[in-house]
Design a binder for this molecule. Structure first.
Ligand code: SAM
Length: 333
């Protein structure tokens, strides 16, 4: 493979630098804002991209300028032998930032092997520090496992920064915010509040359920004043630090303060579909050409064509908004 190809760019001129790779659609928790209690019809194993296939696609995209790869799911840590995949991807020329988004339940025993394999950082999803509230939102009594997992990541200096992602839901999260903000003050974690998006499989999302980043800042600021930290143009999160210097919070306000104009992301589903927006209604199949002996140049062509049609923006707050063709765990959040 030659080393470089033209920078991947969408039809609106945005450079694509970041790829989210879903390694499985399965998950070991059942967050109410994501999956139904009974789970979803899982993909049969032969439909999942193999590690060889994932490696090849990431290498093709890295050649086109994708430098940031985040593994996700479903729950990526339920995919067997994940460190093998990490090791392969860490060796891809051009991949500078290799990270993982996890619910943390299995992180305890995985943090060290993942860091050994070349993982650079982790994002851990955690919506409450109360055992009962955690169980209410995830439908699993697993808070202690997550806290043990976070401690394991903290002990692993190669995994930095450690970010904690909390989905903010009106009527649930207001009471959780102070303890989560305190966690960012007491431990080396960047706590980020993510607005609830219409990607729940149950389709219960409603604009009234969105607890905005601005509202959360008001709750926190009353107790611990915050000041904004400047961010790079493609950052999804607005960053705020505590004025007394005790830590930092992030706000991913995709609903109330969309950042689509600077979006540099694409997504690969566990079954090898390329999605150019979380809210895409269409996908491009990369698995079929892969398994049909396509050359790298042919794969590149399919990817460029799909990316050329990347959506200008999501239209969550516009009349007539139509939901994405899959829910969050099936896409890879
Ligand atoms: N299982 C991993 C985890 O928990 O981080 C990775 C996959 S999970 C789908 C990725 C992220 O999407 C998590 O932070 C989760 O909280 C978030 N998420 C799921 N459904 C969401 C929704 N409807 N709105 C906003 N974020 C959501």
């Amino acid at each position: 493979m030659t080393e470089h190809s033209a920078q991947l760019r969408d039809g609106w001129g945005r450079e694509i630098r970041s790829l989210r790779v879903s390694v499985t659609d399965r998950c070991n928790v059942r967050c109410r804002y994501c999956m139904p209690a009974e789970g979803l019809p899982w993909l049969p194993k032969p439909e999942l991209l193999t590690f060889e296939e994932l490696h090849r696609l990431v290498a093709v995209m890295a050649r086109m300028g994708v430098s940031e790869v985040r593994l996700t799911g479903g729950e990526p840590l339920v995919r067997r032998d994940l460190p093998d995949l990490v090791r392969r991807l860490a060796g891809v020329r051009g991949v500078e930032d290799l990270s993982l988004t996890t619910n943390g339940v299995l992180l305890d025993r995985m943090a060290e092997p993942l860091a050994d394999a070349g993982l650079r950082r982790v994002n851990v999803s955690l919506d409450s520090l109360s055992h009962t509230r955690f169980a209410q939102i995830t439908r699993r009594d697993a808070l202690d496992r997550v806290l043990i997992g976070l401690a394991a990541a903290e002990r692993e200096p190669r995994l930095r920064p450690i970010k904690i992602n909390c989905v903010a839901i009106r009527g649930f999260s207001e009471t959780e915010v102070p303890a989560l903000a305190a966690l960012a003050r007491e431990r080396p974690f960047v706590v980020r509040f993510i607005e609830f998006m219409p990607l729940d499989a149950d389709e219960r999302w409603d604009a009234d359920h969105v607890l905005s980043g601005a509202e959360i800042r008001t709750i926190v600021d009353r107790r611990w004043p915050l000041e904004e930290v400047p961010t790079g143009p493609s950052s999804t999160a607005r960053r705020f630090r505590f004025t007394d210097g005790a830590g930092e919070l992030g706000f991913v306000s995709a609903v109330t303060e969309p950042f689509c104009s600077s979006c540099d992301r694409i997504r690969l589903t566990a079954d090898g579909r390329l999605r150019t927006c979380l809210f895409s209604r269409t996908e491009r199949d990369l698995r079929a050409p892969l398994r049909d002996s396509a050359s790298n140049a042919e794969l590149e062509e399919v990817i460029r064509n799909a990316v050329a049609h990347k959506e200008l923006k999501h239209r969550i707050s516009e009349p007539g908004f139509v939901r994405a063709s899959r829910s969050m765990s099936q896409i890879g959040g």
